[in-house]
Design a binder for this molecule. Sequence first.
Ligand SMILES: C[S@@+](CC[C@H](N)C(=O)[O-])C[C@H]1O[C@@H](n2cnc3c(N)ncnc32)[C@H](O)[C@@H]1O
Length: 235
Amino acid sequence: MREMTDPGTVGTQYASVERLQTRRSVWGPGPEGVSPVDVLRTLVVASGARRVLEVGCGTGQFARSVLDEAPSTDYLATDLSPAMVEATRALGVPAEVAPADELPFSDGWFDGAVAAWMLYHVPDLDGTLAELRRVLRDGGTLHVATNGREHLGGLLRDAGGEALVTQFTSENAAGLLGRHFEHVVQRDVETRATFPDHAAACAYLATFAPDLAQALPPFDGPRAYAGHTAVLTAH
Ligand SMILES: C[S@@+](CC[C@H](N)C(=O)[O-])C[C@H]1O[C@@H](n2cnc3c(N)ncnc32)[C@H](O)[C@@H]1O
């Protein structure tokens, strides 16, 4: 889907924090009882990396949660959107505006890097992965999270749309990472979006597909939909 990587569309989508906050708020653990964000945080903290770069940090909650668990980490969060950087700084996390495909850091500067639910947006995916590899020291670890092809497909189809297939999915992520990193390990995590009512489901859809929000047939009470994600580490 071309709009997912179009700089103008992506810039508008993340020009302020509200749309991302609306989307984040509905997600919780799936049948395994864990959320992918918890899996990702556990891996980042367990890696013991001292100097960590996050790209596409969004509103900064993930960065904050890592620092809460591992306060001595030298963590730098970055994002293309000044509004996201400002929200992240407001949580007390060091943050800078930087494009993920042109990182203003020296080779090998970081022990760890995080790219959570953002590699499906970058216009030059291979260039971005090469850039992440460049700023990691030899033996450093990249932690990644993304969605599968069927992520939230039930809701999108109920609204008359179709599943959102991006350039970087659970199905192709390991192969794409493998072009730049030697060892890649993947864990698939099923998650769940719970909407208290029809209006909440419409509000979610309206953040990225207003036509689908209009088309979602009414329903009574709460409704939950499955989401499919993957968390990967690459060395
Ligand atoms: C779906 S949000 C994910 C935010 C956060 N990682 C999370 O999991 O909540 C994608 C984020 O990537 C940022 N982004 C998109 N393209 C980018 C790029 N080329 N370089 C850096 N950040 C980018 C957006 O501004 C947005 O904050």
